[in-house]
Ligand binder design. Structure first.
Ligand code: GLC
Length: 687
């Protein structure tokens, strides 16, 4: 055989024999073999193959190291080409099918719950949680020491009340430096370590952000009162004299006029809280910008969200007119509390939501990082004006907070009856914008403890309500134990609001966390000082004791929270009212497609009650108690026509059903985002 040699080419016959290539059927002579030195460089464009030679060439077998031209020759043979093309088109088809499948799965999947939906929010009041250095005040290192408490409870989201540098006139809600940590609580390094450790343990840290005011010791205020050109309008100033009448009738939340004369500047400044908490002037765009920079600062550090403090106070009418009195016949000089006025010019002014939406947009930018959703919750007490609270949910087109705190269950102690509790729950459910996520608060650092105001007996049933309603529960530290208010004598009062009016003191609900039965309830194990007294019941009401007792408030909280997170109907299913009377409030939690459902029966009354649910035909006749707040009733089997509950008892009943309640009673049911369960392949889909 022969191959023509082209320019720069070669003649195969001249090549060295390649021992790797042998025609096993032939004798290995040059006539039957093609042998190319793999080390030689070839000009492939120049190599021309003689058709006769190719004929022969196809008779031979491929070998390792053959040149590209020879390889191409082989690869164009049908026996190589056809399978290759089949494989190619198969790959294309599979890729298309996979892409289509992925798009379908994404389109059909309901959204996953975010961390702030999956777990309750646990509020830590840092002064009172754990004191690591023995000065009687809790601190960041103390919180870090106790992180396992959250893991034990199955809690992932922790909101820390403020720990910024502060003169502590309002215990940290008067901020002297938004970029620094108060030495009482530790250092920036302590904060960074705490955050890193929380993230290591899968916990999220929500900070308090206080936009309405600063401390009067803040640098901006000092520059403002000395009329520094940049800062002179950072606060709300107006003319007045030291001894003359106030600029108008506006009153502070803590009582008395919200104007104080500043003799450095010779004008009055506005403060809707303490006189040591001057209101920032958000009409000045630089103030908004500076506060936004502070949000960036903490987001850069890695915080997972903000609880935005007292936002409804952020803007005031510039005309500074008197606000209308609730009772116009009252003498003007007797107007002293926020409840004496309609706050037409100081609360929820036009422009407030734009500012909050701007901050939301900042959080959204930081949320783009996968798994790093940044959360925003609003504090706004709007009392009867529920529609104002709902505005903080944003609109279908513009995002705002993830939710505003729902404070309506704070009214629960006013009337412990099933109907009352249902009304309070319904208030939120009926007014919340469609598709939004509810939430529930029964206590915080500004309110008396629920175990005291509703009565210790109701602690368990209230926790059961919180953890079985749809949406995010908030738990103020100690509520998982049933901690109660302490008695604070007048001389012990710490809270500025209490100094103004002892009955408004918030100290009783801020006593040290009860960890164990040792000195200071384990809050401070180094010295015998605590900034507020420890509750005298700490020997029986504490974490250590309750961890050992399966029937304790703590163990029940933990059980319910774990159940809430592990059971689809409880954390993302339908919520349907089935009954409410003077004692009992009862509802169902179910999910379309899932046969496992839950009936919750809560007796908020003072007597035992028998509830007849025989008209609910979707319920089986016999019902087994999965968990009762009264441990001895666990596992009991009840007839649906006679569901017995003792006073303050709550039942979680798990049952099996093929018929769902919600399709036949849409007016009694609510779901944030509908999802259905497909048992055949164990998945959730949009339905
Ligand atoms: C919020 C806080 C409260 C504080 C007030 C003024 O309402 O919860 O504790 O006193 O704002 O900052």
């Amino acid at each position: 055989m022969s191959l023509k040699k082209g320019p720069g080419g070669m003649e195969l016959g001249e090549c060295t024999r390649n021992p790797g290539y042998q025609n096993v059927e032939g004798d290995g002579s040059a006539a039957e073999t093609i042998n190319v030195d793999p080390g030689e460089k070839h000009d492939s464009s120049a190599l021309k193959l003689d058709p006769d030679a190719v004929e022969e060439y196809t008779q031979i077998k491929p070998y390792a190291g053959m040149p590209k031209e020879v390889l191409l020759q082989y690869s164009s043979l049908a026996r190589y080409r056809v399978p290759r093309e089949i494989l190619f088109w198969l790959t294309v088809a599979c890729t298309l099918v996979l892409v289509a499948l992925t798009i379908t799965v994404i389109a059909l999947s309901p959204r996953c719950l975010q961390w702030w939906q999956a777990s309750p929010v646990y509020q830590v009041y840092p002064r009172s949680f754990k004191d690591s250095n023995g000065d009687g005040v809790g601190d960041l290192k103390g919180i870090q020491e106790q992180l396992d408490h959250f893991l034990y409870l199955n809690i992932k989201s922790v909101w820390l009340s403020p720990f910024y540098r502060s003169p502590m006139k309002d215990f940290g809600y008067d901020v002297e430096d938004f970029r620094d940590i108060d030495p009482l609580f530790g250092t920036m390094q302590d904060f960074e370590e705490l955050l890193a450790e929380m993230h290591n343990k899968g916990l999220k840290l929500i900070m308090d952000f206080i936009p309405n005011h600063t401390s009067d010791r803040h640098r901006w205020f000092n520059l403002s009162r000395t009329r520094d050109p940049h800062y002179k309008d950072y606060y709300v100033w107006t003319d007045c004299n030291a001894t003359g009448p106030k600029p108008n009738n506006w009153v502070s939340v803590f009582g008395n006029s919200s104007w104080t004369y500043d003799d450095v500047r010779g004008q009055c400044y506005l403060h809707q809280f303490l006189k040591e908490q001057p209101d920032l002037n958000f009409r000045n765009p630089n103030v908004y910008k500076d506060m936004t920079d502070i949000i960036h600062f903490w987001l850069e550090k890695g915080v997972d969200g903000f609880r935005m403090d007292a936002v409804k106070h952020m803007l005031e009418a510039t005309h500074l007119r008197d606000e209308p009195q609730v009772d116009p016949s009252k003498p003007a000089e007797s107007i002293q509390t926020e409840f004496d006025l309609h706050h037409d010019y100081t609360y929820t002014q036009l422009g407030l939501h734009d500012m909050l939406r701007g901050w939301r947009a900042v959080l959204d930018v930081y949320s783009r990082e996968p798994g790093k959703y940044r959360f925003m919750v609003i504090e706004s007490y709007d009392y009867q004006e529920l529609e104002k609270t709902m505005m903080y949910y944003g609109t279908p087109l513009v995002r705002e907070s993830d939710f505003p705190f729902n404070f309506y269950l704070l009214y629960l102690p006013q009337n412990t009856s099933g109907l009352w509790v249902k009304d309070l729950v319904h208030l939120w459910m009926a007014n919340m914008p469609k598709g939004k996520w509810p939430n529930w608060v029964v206590g915080n650092h500004d309110k008396p403890r629920i175990a005291s105001s509703a009565g210790q007996t109701y602690t368990r049933v209230i926790n059961m309500l919180l953890l079985t309603l749809p949406g995010t529960p908030t738990t103020y530290y100690g509520e998982e134990l049933g901690m109660e208010n302490i008695n604070v004598t007048d001389s012990q009062i710490q809270d500025p609001a209490g100094k103004y009016n002892a009955s408004a003191s918030r100290d009783p609900g801020r006593s040290p966390m009860q960890w164990n039965g040792d000195m200071n309830a384990g809050f401070n194990i180094k010295t015998n000082i605590t900034w507020l007294p420890v509750h005298p019941d700490y020997r029986s009401v504490n974490v250590e004791v309750q961890m050992k007792d399966e029937g304790s408030v703590l163990a029940q909280y933990r059980f319910l929270n774990t159940l809430r997170q592990s059971e689809l109907p409880l954390h993302r299913g339908w919520f349907c009212y089935v009954h409410a009377d003077a004692s009992v409030f009862s509802y169902l939690r179910e999910l379309d497609g899932l046969d496992r459902a839950f009936l919750i029966v809560l007796n908020f009354g003072k007597e035992s009650a028998t509830t007849d649910l025989s008209s609910i035909r979707e319920l089986p006749d016999q019902l087994k108690v999965l968990m009762s707040t009264n441990q001895i009733n666990n596992g009991k089997v009840l007839q649906k026509s006679r569901i017995l509950t003792e006073a303050a008892e709550g039942l979680v009943i798990q049952y099996s059903t093929h018929t769902r309640f919600n399709p036949n009673h849409p007016e009694q049911c609510y779901v944030s985002e509908k999802a259905c369960y497909l048992s055949a392949i164990d998945i959730l889909y949009k339905c």
